[in-house]
Design a protein around this ligand. Structure first.
Ligand code: PMP
Length: 391
């Protein structure tokens, strides 16, 4: 036996230490003890019948959350990015046209993913904080004739809630699939996958659902499945190949499930519990709570003299608020002060909004007026104590 040359690390002799923190950035959000405890239940096999039953419950929960009857509904093992790649890698073949709506970072990322698999990518671009009319979208569909159109419902980098009505119908008029990112919006703002003719919809577990990061619900329409299952070549990723995932999640007609990957069973428990919490509250109640809390927050910010980054109040994302970075301050000093003094996370911008905004996420159980009061007090305190330049 060869000698061990790398000694056991000293740091691992100390017990694991994780602070309690108010998670009011754009995600992850706080996980309530009910959901944490669900994730602490015993590990059993990822192919055991009890797990298949839990997966089936998750599937029903996702169908409710997405408002869809799609049979091809499951949760990908991974974060929101995994679901993004699952959506794009399965629906897009090399040489296909892909159009992405860029009004923040997510349209840019979707474009990059499509480019990496050899799609012909085009974009429509709106300034950060802006969005697209159905007319803008129809013109772009006519010009580029894409096979897939990507849109972020909740643009968490800029704080925009994009209108969805009529876009699915437009996509279908031009024989194009409609892919929607709802990572930052689902459960916090109305969305109806079937009625709005969305072909592929995904989200993450760590925002409104208040589950730990690591599972990503996704659903495919019949139209999307037709394209996927008549592909010429297999998708580039084995892990994200929908025919394998469909079998693991019991969404195909095969008589038995075959081992594909080891499903993260404890993450499935938490996801199931988080979907149960949403189902208990009811979607309509969750949507109106997020909206009422966001309006209360926005009024409080404006009465402090702060400005909201998204001008059109109809287009403000109720889950993630973008505040114009206060003039004369260094935004990093504000976020670090609030973290240090108030044990509370808020964040700066992301991608095209870096330096322009502060972002506050109040999602799921975090969306309450008492949390708004806490954030407003922390912001007031930061503006009093952080350095302000006179120029
Ligand atoms: N899309 C949107 C709108 C998001 O807000 C995020 C997370 N910030 C993602 C995609 C990516 O999700 P994840 O970080 O879980 O990979």
């Amino acid at each position: 036996m060869l000698p061990v040359t790398v000694p056991p690390p000293k740091c691992l002799q100390k017990p694991l230490a994780v602070p309690h923190r108010h998670m009011f950035g754009p995600g992850p959000s706080n996980v309530p003890s009910r959901i944490l405890e669900a994730g602490a239940k015993p590990v059993i096999g990822h192919m055991h019948p009890e797990i298949f039953e839990i997966m089936s419950d998750i599937k029903s929960g996702i169908q409710y959350m997405f408002q869809t009857e799609n049979r091809m509904t499951l949760a990908v093992s991974g974060t929101g990015h995994t679901a993004m790649e699952c959506a794009i890698f399965n629906t897009v073949e090399p040489g296909d046209g892909v159009l992405t709506a860029v009004n923040g970072i997510w349209g840019e990322r979707a474009a990059e993913m499509a480019e990496r698999i050899g799609a012909r990518v085009s974009t429509i671009v709106a300034p950060p904080g802006g969005f697209f009319t159905n007319d803008d979208i129809e013109k772009a569909l006519l010009k580029h004739r894409p096979a897939l159109f990507f849109l972020a419902h909740g643009e968490s980098s800029t704080g925009v809630l994009h209108p969805l009505d009529g876009i699915g119908q437009l996509c279908h008029k031009y024989n194009c699939l409609f892919l929607v990112d709802s990572v930052a919006s689902i459960g916090g703002a109305p969305l109806h996958m079937d009625q709005q003719e969305i072909d592929v919809l995904y989200t993450g577990s760590q925002k409104v659902l208040n589950a730990p990061p690591g599972t990503a619900p996704i659903s495919f329409s019949e139209r999307a499945c037709q394209k996927i299952f008549s592909r010429k070549a297999k998708p580039v990723s084995f892990f994200l190949d929908l025919s394998w995932l469909a079998n693991y999640w019991g969404c195909d007609d095969k008589p038995a499930r075959v081992y594909h990957h080891t499903g993260p069973v404890t993450a499935f428990y938490s996801l199931r519990e988080s979907l149960a919490v949403l189902a208990e509250e009811g979607l309509e109640n969750s949507w109106s709570r997020h909206q009422a809390v966001a309006e209360y927050f926005h009024a409080g910010l404006q009465s402090m003299g702060l400005k909201l980054f998204v001008k059109d109040n109809q287009a403000r994302l109720p889950t993630v608020t973008t505040i114009v970075a206060p003039h004369g301050y260094d935004w990093k000093e504000i976020t670090s002060y609030i973290m240090k003094t108030h044990n509370l996370e808020i964040s700066g911008g992301l991608g095209p909004s870096v330096g322009l905004v502060l972002r506050v996420g109040l999602m799921g159980c975090n969306s309450s007026k008492s949390n708004v009061d806490m954030v407003l007090a922390a912001l007031k305190d930061a503006l009093k104590h952080c350095h302000r330049s006179k120029v």
